[in-house]
Design a protein around this ligand. Sequence first.
Ligand code: C2E
Ligand code: CA
Ligand code: CA
Length: 711
Amino acid sequence: MNRLDMPAVREASLDAREPVYLDEARILDTLVHNLDGMAYRCLDDDHWSMLFVSQGCKELTGHTPRDLVRGSRVTWELLTHPEDRVRVRAQIRQALTEGRRFQLQYRIVTRDGQVKWVQERGAAVRDESGRPVMEGFVQDVSDQLRTLEALREAEYRYRQIFEHASEGMFQSSREGRYLAANQALARMYGYDSPEQLIADLSDIQHRLYVDESRREAFIRIMEAEGKVTQFESEVLRRDGVRIWISESARAVRSPSGEFICYEGTVQDITERRGYEARLQRQANHDQLTGLPNRNLLRERLIQSMQQAERMGGQVAVVFIDLDNFKFINDALGHAAGDALLIELSRRLSRHLRGTDTVARLGGDEFVLLLNDHANVASVTALLERVVELIAKPMELGGRTLQVGASLGVSLFPRDGGDVDTLLKHADAAMYAAKDRGRNNVQFFTPELNLVASERMHLEAAMRQGLEQGEFTVHFQPQVDAQRRVVGAEALARWHHPRLGAISPDRFIPIAEESGLILALTETITLQACAAARDWPEVDGQPIRLAINLSPKLFIDPHLVARITGWLRQEGIQPQRVELEITESVFLDDPQRALRTLKAFKEKGFHLAMDDFGTGYSSLSYLRHFPLDTIKIDRSLVTDLEAQRDAAMIARAVVSLGLSLGKSVVAEGVEHESQFSALREQGCTVFQGYLFARPLTAADLLRCLDEGAGAL
Ligand code: C2E
Ligand code: CA
Ligand code: CA
């Protein structure tokens, strides 16, 4: 049995208080052979010839101690991994020359071919006989190394992620210094490297955040919750450019709970923010003019009402509708229409105070929101200036244009306590203003509201009136340039036994809404045809009968058959009848309108476009729909001399109609001067009080007889 020279053990036994007999050799033996690893003594020769190895040899190498000590089968040199042999020898050699203990790691190949990492520690000593030998200990460290390697790899991976992440990453102190940062963060903040960022940006709170209180908010949330998620702030880059970032971070603490640092990620969300802001703008602003839209108007109105309530003021809501805008839009093109709207919105915004709002609801509808006006007089004064402002001529594409406007006003709290009521009442007032002519301001009155309840009564009365034959027809003659009667327009009249005469402008809309329009049209058509049978010819030509058709009737798929049936019943040829339709017939379903109009044409009817020059006045309708006649709206004829743009529009309509091969009728002709002007422009047919008011059937007959067909 070999013994190891281990003085420490011997000393320990000498130290023992109680003198007991110790079989030192046996103890050492047990210890050495039970070590996890291999203790050895060898020669410093080419084979590392073993003089002694402990039992651990078998576990470590697969060889018995005997195989190794005898050197017959295997040597340590052979067991050493071929690639490591030179290094092992060099490292040991070096240590021995320097008189040091050696410690090294290398690979061995076990008996069954397995490669193991071992750690060897040893020293040169002299044996019992003074011969130089080496003694030491070899241990399997494969597992440890594998763990270490895995750790290193993980560390490497995390480092890679940290350094190459597209997201900014950081560790920072509570005081606002960066402890670590990655390349992405450096780039995001405008630095060349993380080192530069860390060195430069020493005070996050004051140098980074645009709003310094963001850092405090960050720390507050962090203290309360131990983390922040998607914390969005505006920050300053090194070059002073502002960007938006989103931070997610947590507080890193030691196992005992001590604060170490904040650690987190940063994303540049500038683009997303910009996009959101754009969306927000889009949701609240009109694209064309940049003015607040209906949404924002609503919001502002609510705020204004709340403030007026607190301070006891009042808010004015003003509806503005431009006259003739649609026509300008179509006649001069959308670009001109857009330019006009933009110019008007500029004028309005410039004129109002910053606390007031100009909104565009779409089309040519603008709404003003005026805060703190002490009284109606000051609102009126302001709005009169607004009317002037709108009416001021403007240069557009080398042309001078002028538009009129109708303004309706409702006041909070007097005329309503909520957004919808105020808007509705301002709208009602605007319509009242329109009725009174252009460039008008009209305040809401409760009477305007009565219109609504009045409607309900009228509807019931109309239903009854239709059954009781209260509706009759009047005829207004149409003449040619020589004032010879060429046609007559049938106009409905209602005489209520108690209410008296009710104007068509009041009952037609009710008839349209209630569906009574069909029954009314039947009554009027039957009566008109019966009367027309008795009309004489003028200069050998039959007098044409014009009948108004409400756009609502076009929903009826049997409209053509119905009207043809009524005519047949009364013995009138469709060729003698001109149907007057308005543009709104095209709004719902242009294809259906086109089909119906074509069907009318096939039956031989004449078709006229009524009230042209107001409303939509789309020229494409004129071009694509089978219309024979255009009737210039009365308002244009009325304003012919007074308003420059009305004259311009009238002239444009006449020449356009003529160029498309339509005959052009002017209605509402009251003065000789209008008659001659329109005649000069090329109008072919005229209608108006100058020639005759609407007449009863009997009066028309008398009139025709007396004047021999001329008026
Ligand atoms: P409209 O089709 O534009 O009819 C012309 C209107 O102008 C008539 O009003 C007529 O009396 C009026 N008028 C004619 N010449 C002059 C003039 O020189 N000066 C002025 N200030 N006015 C003039 P009325 O009869 O009150 O009819 C109003 C509207 O009611 C009509 O306008 C038409 O849209 C509608 N309407 C009347 N009868 C019928 C009908 O039987 N069916 C349908 N669907 N609508 C009808
Ligand atoms: Ca008409
Ligand atoms: Ca008309």
